[in-house]
Design a protein around this ligand. Sequence first.
Ligand code: ZN
Length: 233
Amino acid sequence: MSNKFYVTTPIYYVNASPHIGHSYTNIAADTLARYNRNLLGKDNVWFLTGTDEHGQKIKKAADEAELSPIEFVDKVVPQFEDLWNKLEISNNDFIRTTQERHIKCVQKALQIVYEKGDIYEGKYEGWYCTPCETFWPKTQITDNLCPECKRPLENISETNFFFKLSKYQDWLIKYIKDTDKNIERLNYIQPASRRNEVLSFLENNKLDDLCISRPIERLSWGIPLPFSPKHVT
Ligand SMILES: [Zn+2]
């Protein structure tokens, strides 16, 4: 077994104030971190939490509050930090997706994947509700109406960037199944019931490539793609 332990919570979406569900998750992660610090020593444990501050819903919440997106998140994020202090959560770091260190890291990682040829430009087509600023999958709509506001949807097509997720489907199945050669991977996904669920999904469905961008004219509140200034992620 490795003598290092890393635990992260989801990075919380800050379109609204924290609630009991956020606390539940951080208390669970805190328990794991404290247990492992006792077991492995505090220098061998890293516990991360943070906030996801980009995207359409943040932009919308900021518009409703008549603030810029950064002003809006700067008001909400301290509520999360205060809560973790009150609950004595022992996280080693707190990362915000608007921090320069995060933006640089995302751009660097995407550039590497792009240069490897695993990101390509393509057409994204779908049913779009302009007032709700949301794309809806065909399975969720009836009579071409928005499931949320019941207004007519538009079939729009735009240029976006995609990650070649489908290319890695077989590799991923093999990676999860291949437990003999590397004992560490036995516990790659826990518990076993979830591991089987993931495997069964991968073996019975075809993964689509993943759309990783939005055109800047439709959503400006994101991280600019290093290889296309007209798109954000
Ligand atoms: Zn709508």
